[in-house]
Design a protein around this ligand. Structure first.
Ligand code: ADP
Length: 603
């Protein structure tokens, strides 16, 4: 990878280190290696050897005497003593006086020992350390040590790759992407007419709606390599590293063209450059590199970039302008038919009883994403195994929806009798208010078995069909239904409990949205008082109005909820007898279905 620039250190830095090591080696190690063969003896031994004529060669130095035996197998040394007659005695013993006893190793050996060996040792240690560090730092950070390797995974198409048929629902998104597949198959058709494909396609939608799956399916259908990387993988500790990763990715992609490059969570690098002091340099450089790369190749190259995000509003306008990510494909939460299709796709992987009613399950799981539906099917299969059954039944699926919504049943939660009555009234209150208001969805199921999420009971309502618009009355009725639980407690017991906190939260949210977002109050008409910041991630909103207006909004919210609460109270008082009857039935049965409820209500 030529393009990768390693962080360069000045050359003298390396030479300096090598030189230092050589010096140290020569000062401390080499002499020791050479002197290793020398035996130190006391002066007496030396005198004795001289007397016996055992000394071969001798050298008297200032501080020591070095000598060998006659056979010159060993070199000895000893200290110098005041010994006047020594020279004569030595001469008499037949020792020869030598200038250099410690034999010089051969010049080649010396060179190897003192110059080559240290370099080799130094090099090996360096290698070892850097390998160790790399192992610890993991693949992504290996760039710190100059080893820049892109970790875009290459998915080369295999026969069992994901196809469009594996992605249920999302027909609009699929239609949109089919064109790209077609282009990758046969670009000439498009070139003849002069049409060019969009370079980038942005898949936007809430989490778990199948964006990654769709991107993989495009690669699978087109039978081309699929490079996948998450936006956060580009963000590195050092400025310029992410940019070099981008360069690398595109280089690889161009070599493999036609191909698909998929960048998940692109908002991690594509966030608006706000130009504030001390902005994120690294991210901005990475983004700039991405922009440059996208300009750099022409559609003819056959590299198509797909990117996914659930925060499209936070993307830099330069990224979304025509010529870069110029096509935006919404991948929304599935509608009723979509949910049913997704359930069927996932149910194919497990053994399901023949009589399972997917439509009903899909209806119960309103608002669930593809990922949640996949989870629901899997939970059902797990439940079947737990109960020792061979196939998954309708009961497993409904129960697993409840598990996903409200958590597992709490086996050991012991409610007092009074509490159980309270919960019964509370839940029947919701259901009764819902049922008595014509526009509210019918009740599917009511239960007072506590769940691990903390819910002591709940009423499951189901929409009959798809709902895209809600009227003002419908929202009001919904608020009334939410207050119905508390209202029932008041009607029956004359006091209230903490059980309604979640209802209160939801009711307030709805009421606030009516006033601030939907223009459903007389006072403010069609003025937006709130700006939704995260459309796909829970839809958080921030107020955009003066403090006085806020005060008014608060007052209106209170008034609105209060009115619906009154309505619920009135409804329940009017149906007091049914309320008691149904609550008793629920208290005894603990779980009742929508039909049972309606039967008693209409009796
Ligand atoms: P996203 O990228 O939008 O967050 P994914 O594509 O990673 O979501 O989807 C997560 C999982 O959810 C998938 O592996 C798949 O099992 C399931 N899923 C989501 N949408 C669909 C769909 N339309 N059809 C089938 N399965 C889906």
């Amino acid at each position: 990878m030529k393009e990768v620039k390693k962080p360069k250190k000045p050359l003298f830095y390396y030479y300096g280190i090598v030189l230092l090591v050589l010096l140290l080696f020569n000062i401390f190690i080499t002499p020791r290696l050479m002197l290793a063969r020398i035996v130190e003896v006391d002066y007496g031994t030396f005198m004795k050897m001289t007397e016996e004529g055992g000394v071969g060669r001798v050298q008297v130095q200032n501080e020591q005497i070095v000598f060998t035996d006659k056979e010159e197998t060993t070199i000895y040394k000893t200290g110098v003593m005041d010994d006047p007659g020594l020279t004569e005695r030595l001469y008499a013993s037949g020792a020869s006086f030598s200038k250099e006893i410690v034999e010089q190793a051969s010049p080649l050996m010396t060179f190897l020992l003192s110059w080559v060996l240290p370099v080799v040792v130094f090099f090996l240690i360096g290698q070892l350390i850097s390998r160790q560090m790399m192992k610890h730092a993991g693949g992504a950070n290996s760039m710190m040590f100059g080893m820049n390797k892109n970790n875009a995974r290459v998915y080369v198409q295999s026969s069992d790759g994901i196809k469009f048929s594996d992605v249920a629902g999302e027909d609009e998104a699929k239609d949109n992407l089919k064109e790209i597949v077609d282009y990758l198959h046969d670009p000439t058709k498009y070139k003849e007419i002069g049409a060019s494909m969009p370079k980038g396609v942005l898949l936007v939608g809430p989490p778990g709606t199948g964006k990654t799956m769709l991107a993989k399916a495009v690669a699978g259908e087109a039978n081309v390599p699929f490079f996948s990387m998450s936006g956060s993988e580009f963000v590195e500790m050092f400025v310029g590293m992410g940019a070099s990763k981008v360069r690398d990715l595109f280089k690889q992609a161009k070599e493999k063209a036609p191909c698909i490059v998929f960048i998940d969570e692109i908002d991690a690098i594509g966030k608006k450059r706000d130009g504030q002091f001390g902005g994120n340099d690294e991210r901005e450089q990475t983004l700039n590199q991405l922009l440059t790369e996208m300009d750099g190749f022409e559609g003819a190259g056959g590299v198509i970039i797909l990117a996914a995000t659930n925060r499209p509003e936070s993307l830099d306008p330069a990224l979304t302008r025509p010529g870069r990510f110029d096509r935006r494909v919404p991948v929304e939460l599935p509608d009723l038919a979509g949910r049913e299709a997704i359930l069927r796709v996932h149910a194919k992987k497990i053994k399901v009883a023949d009589d399972v009613d997917y439509t009903q399950i899909a209806r119960m799981a309103s608002g669930a994403s593809g990922a949640e539906l996949a989870n629901i099917v899997n939970e059902a299969a797990l439940r079947a195994v737990r109960d020792g059954r061979q196939v998954v039944t309708q009961g497993d699926l409904t129960e697993s929806i409840e598990v996903v919504i409200a958590g597992y049943q709490k086996k050991n939660a012991i409610l007092t009798d009074k509490e159980k009555w309270t919960v019964s009234y509370h839940e029947i209150g919701h259901a009764l208010v819902a049922a008595r208001q014509t526009d509210s969805a019918p009740v599917q199921k009511i239960t007072i078995i506590p769940r691990t999420s903390g819910a002591l009971g709940y009423t499951m309502q189901v929409d009959e069909g798809n709902h895209y618009l809600m009227t003002k009355e419908e929202i009001e009725n919904k608020i009334a239904t939410l207050t119905g639980g508390r209202a029932a407690e008041e009607v029956r017991f004359g006091s209230v409990t903490t059980g309604a906190s979640n209802d209160i939260e939801q009711a307030t949210k709805l009421a606030r949205a009516m006033i601030c977002q939907y223009g459903m109050s007389e006072d403010f008409d069609m003025v937006a008082l709130e700006a939704v910041t995260n459309q796909y991630l829970g839809g958080d909103a921030s107020l955009a109005c003066s403090a006085e207006t806020q005060t008014k909004i608060d007052a209106q919210v209170v008034e609105l909820v209060k009115r619906q609460h009154e309505k619920a109270l009135k409804l329940l008082r009017d149906n007091r007898q049914k309320l008691d009857e149904l609550a008793k039935y629920l208290y005894e049965k603990e779980t009742i279905t929508g039909e049972e409820f309606m039967r008693i209500l209409n009796a």
